[in-house]
Design a protein around this ligand. Structure first.
Ligand code: PEP
Length: 261
């Protein structure tokens, strides 16, 4: 069975105590699942990264950070450096989330600097990409995927390819006002993303996990995870209550076993 990637970014929600309870619930509820089959990850607020890591076995739940500056240190008020995240045990850095791009104005060049810094520090770099509603309506989705991947991964060396993950999160599908996409749309876009990755990295591009995120919920997660090029789900709101996330995880594992995918 191909490994499945399931995780959540809790954005600016949950206290340290709530995060610790959350990751402990996830650890306990999934301890019977082989980590050859499942990569489970949680990306909490910075203040919770260290406490979450201390509370659980990091081989069972990978803990990440929601953003990171590219510099090791410097006069960057309000930023967090790779060294600081290393110190608290982060393993994964989420970069280019739609809210970073559209609320905080990050562009692809900035995201690329952060990707390269993540790899230099041996983190897994989770690059989030996705088109806006306007770009989709104008037929620019493939072009946007091309730019966000090729600029985001500019300068990445072959030796680091196994530290890259991609999350396709269409901006129009994310959050409370988001519209869940059709299965066909996700299928088509993931295929395109795979093509772009293979063009960029050759055969090794086939191994980069592509996760889908944006209004994944109890009604649509089954059909999304059954899509061939969907290697995992990056879930927001529907994963923030551990009981619900655990239900999703268990059902996904059953589906994967049935399909031996
Ligand atoms: C997100 O913000 O990355 C996300 C996937 O959110 P939601 O699932 O709540 O739409």
């Amino acid at each position: 069975m191909k490994k499945v990637y399931l995780g959540t970014n809790t954005k600016m929600y949950k206290t340290i105590k709530e995060h610790v309870e959350f990751v402990k619930d996830l650890e306990e509820g999934t301890k019977d699942i082989s980590r050859d089959d499942l990569e489970l990850f949680v990306i909490p607020s910075y203040t919770s990264v260290g406490p979450c890591n201390e509370a659980i076995d990091e081989s069972l739940v990978k803990i990440g950070a929601q953003n990171m500056n590219w510099a090791d240190e410097g006069a960057y008020t309000g930023e967090i450096s790779p060294l600081m995240l290393e110190e608290v045990g982060a393993k994964l850095i989420e970069l280019g989330h739609s809210e970073r791009r559209h609320v905080f104005g990050e562009d692809d060049i900035t995201v690329n600097k952060k990707v390269l810094a993540s790899l230099k520090h041996d983190f897994t770099a989770l690059l989030c990409i996705g088109e806006t509603e306007g770009q989709k309506n104008e037929g620019y989705t493939d072009k946007i995927m091309n730019i966000q991947i090729n600029v985001g991964f500019e300068g990445v060396e072959d030796k680091d390819i196994d530290k890259l993950w991609v999350a396709y999160e269409p901006v129009w599908a994310i959050g409370e006002n988001g519209t869940p996409p059709t299965k066909e749309y996700v299928e088509k876009t993931h295929k395109k993303i795979r093509e772009i990755l293979v063009k960029r990295f050759g055969e090794k591009g086939k191994e980069i996990p592509i996760l889908y995120g944006g209004s994944v919920n109890n009604e649509n997660f089954e059909e999304l995870i059954r899509i061939d090029e969907v290697d995992g789900l990056f879930i927001g709101r529907s994963a923030w209550v551990s009981e619900n996330f655990l239900k999703i995880i268990k059902r996904v594992m059953e589906i994967k076993k049935e399909n031996k995918k």
